[in-house]
Design a protein around this ligand. Sequence first.
Ligand code: PXP
Length: 259
Amino acid sequence: MSGITLCVNIDHIATVRQARGVNFPDPLAGARICEENGAHGITVHLREDRRHIQDRDVIALREVVRGKLNLEMALSDDVIAVARRVLPDQITLVPEKREELTTEGGLDVKGHYERIREVTEMFKNDGVAVSLFIEPDEETVRLSKKAGADSIEIHTGRYCNLFDRDPSRGVSDEETNRELNRIYHAAGIAGEIGIGLNAGHGLTCGNLPPILEAPGLEELNIGFSIIARSIFIGLPAAVREVLAVVHGAASGGGAPCSC
Ligand code: PXP
């Protein structure tokens, strides 16, 4: 069985709640269901604009989550203050622009090197593991290690967009394979220099199998496709479906998937 772990990103349970300004659906209940159905942890993104997850959610999740609590966050002072109060198991530093729909690119580790190094050191001193969400780029992997990060999370968004492309856009398989090879290369460098390897963004049951082949992959962070799929088949089944792909690929079986 695969040693790759799955942290379910439950932001979009909160997106639905915030759309009505009511108290349901409750992300805490969602976290419990994900863990009861095999997820190894829960990921949330506390955005600067608090568009979905709220401070109170993160505080309460610390008590509820039994596996890993991974908090995605930008380098913003007020979010850092919440994170230091909660002390999740892991923080994942991400870039953030207010107007974006979701996290669009990886962290500019070179451009913000000193700040990233300082914040990484601070959280590590607090006993919190630090992961950096980066593009699959060799120099950025090496800089992440130099900055003291425990892990990198490879941004799979570009690969997923290419894999899931509308055929009318004329994107070739070569382009998709080139992006996949960038991911494999970055993964190889991570293994060589000794930094942990996570992956996430845009992953679905359909586009996941090639990502599982990345050498040394430890953790997946998957949100939107699981929450979207749960509308039709329920959250327990949606979590199990992804886990079946993770385990199926590892045993060479290729799990059935209807995403
Ligand atoms: N990893 C990071 C760093 C992210 O910012 C996100 C989106 O919040 C995800 C993983 C999950 O992406 P998706 O919701 O597309 O599965």
